[in-house]
Design a protein around this ligand. Structure first.
Ligand SMILES: [Zn+2]
Ligand SMILES: [Zn+2]
Length: 187
């Protein structure tokens, strides 16, 4: 039975991890397993940008993936970037197995506002579903209420819901075989 592993990268936030585990278990119909925190990969820090490389985070997650986990979701408090973008809320390998979300910019403190835990948890849940959705092959969804819609800022994150739209949910169902041993299928 394959599980979806949730891994803190560096310091962990128990409330966020628990929230994320709950939502992804239901969105993807999969058991979750919590892994011990892994250290922040030192090579991921870009001093010139003051940010952390999302692809380097994914590499560290891949190295930490236990054999029983076919998906690994990392959770970091660091601000992430990919070379072509000024920042990302998260990053995933299309088709799996690794994904990462950052709490940095979905925290109100990033905008100089008082912290709002329920809002942070809601945003983290949406971004977790979004990035893991990519690992199951989902692309960006045109429905702004679907967590698979593209967010370039927290406004869009707040506008979307936590549940996959009917068409994204149907695609996930197609891609996650029902429980039970695979029979004579390859590839
Ligand atoms: Zn995306
Ligand atoms: Zn959708």
């Amino acid at each position: 039975m394959s599980v979806l592993a949730v891994v803190p990268i560096g310091p962990s936030d128990e409330e966020v991890l628990a929230a994320v585990e709950g939502v992804v278990a239901s969105a993807f119909g999969r058991e979750t397993a919590r892994l011990a925190p892994i250290p922040e990969p030192a090579g991921a820090f870009d001093a010139a940008r003051g940010q952390w490389s999302a692809p380097e985070m994914l590499k560290a997650l891949l190295a930490a993936r236990p054999p029983e986990a076919d998906r690994v979701l990392g959770v970091t408090g660091r601000d992430l970037f990919v070379p072509v973008l000024s920042f990302v809320f998260g990053q995933a390998q299309m088709g799996g197995p690794t994904a990462v979300i950052s709490l940095a910019r979905i925290s109100q403190a990033f905008s100089g506002l008082p912290e709002d835990r329920p809002l942070l948890l809601a945003r983290a849940r949406k971004e977790a579903v979004h990035e893991l959705g990519h690992t199951f092959g989902l692309v960006h969804c045109p429905d702004p209420a679907c967590p698979m819609s593209l967010s370039t800022g927290v406004v869009q994150v707040d506008r979307k819901g936590e549940s996959l739209c009917a068409s994204c949910a149907a695609l996930v169902k197609e891609r996650i075989p029902a429980a039970g041993p695979p029979e004579g299928r390859t590839g």
